[in-house]
Design a protein around this ligand. Structure first.
Ligand SMILES: C[S@@+](CC[C@H](N)C(=O)[O-])C[C@H]1O[C@@H](n2cnc3c(N)ncnc32)[C@H](O)[C@@H]1O
Length: 233
């Protein structure tokens, strides 16, 4: 596989989740007409699904290469927090077969997306969980591997995970604190938590092990990708 097949309505969600996917032309229109018009109209009618599917695949593959070497063959239970459509997990699934994937996401699209830092106010979202499920199955994940949870409505899974991944979501748009108690419950000392943060130094006080594995200057916020394990308290 070197591209993703997108179910109807998925292209819009993907460009909202990965704004770097929009063409320079759409970028101009977004500037001219504003964010509301962009997210509720332009993204509905002006996207080419096969181009978005291909570009989304390339971006997710690039992201995978930043984390691949930290995934071990023994890792079986993966949790994705704010994984969007789940393109990254599909690529993990291509390389590491028969793993179990848990996704915690939100199930709505904000009217006006700002891509800001909300701190403890966490009301921006751009996903639809039934479209996410259909995207994952269409691109090769088995139904039995997929467990999707709505952050606002469901009881979250309480098993111990081996790997937890949150790109451009936890501590990038909203405060890590919102998930702190939950993560302490579902982590073993060896659980690897990989996320993008705008304040990496903060986490030396939270985890025994913290490693910066990537730095991004060109994303919406300047951020560092860190790999952490073993909560100190
Ligand atoms: C910028 S997108 C990144 C999506 C994906 N990780 C990627 O790299 O393409 C941020 C995602 O976080 C989700 N989100 C926002 N608040 C969340 C929360 N409290 N828990 C889980 N996901 C959340 C949004 O719906 C959105 O899909």
């Amino acid at each position: 596989m070197n591209n993703f097949i997108l179910p109807r309505k998925a292209p819009r969600l993907i460009v909202l989740q990965r704004i770097e996917l929009i063409s320079p032309f759409l970028k101009k229109l977004r500037k001219m007409f504003g964010r509301y018009f962009f997210s509720s109209f332009l993204t509905k009618y002006f996207l080419n699904p096969s181009i978005i599917g291909k570009k989304y695949y390339e971006i997710m593959l690039k992201e995978f290469l930043t984390i691949e070497k930290f995934i071990d063959v023994e890792d079986k239970f993966f949790l994705s927090i704010g994984g969007g459509m789940g393109g990254l997990e599909l690529i993990v699934n291509q390389s590491f077969h028969n793993r179990n994937y848990y996704f915690i996401e939100k199930n709505y699209i904000s009217k006006k997306i700002k891509y800001g830092w909300g701190g403890k106010v966490n009301d921006e979202a751009y996903n639809d969980l039934s479209i996410q499920k259909s995207f994952l199955v269409t691109n090769g994940m088995q139904n039995s591997q997929i467990n999707i949870f709505d952050y606002d409505k469901d009881s979250l899974p309480t098993i111990k995970f081996d790997v937890i991944i949150s790109l451009l979501s936890l501590d990038y748009h909203y405060d890590f604190e919102l998930y702190m108690d939950y993560l302490k419950k579902v982590c073993k000392p060896s659980t690897k938590i990989i996320f993008d943060t705008i304040r990496a130094d903060n986490f030396f006080k939270v985890f025994k092990n913290v490693e910066v594995i990537n730095t991004s200057e060109n994303t919406v916020h300047k951020s560092k990708r860190i790999l952490c394990s073993h909560f100190l308290n």
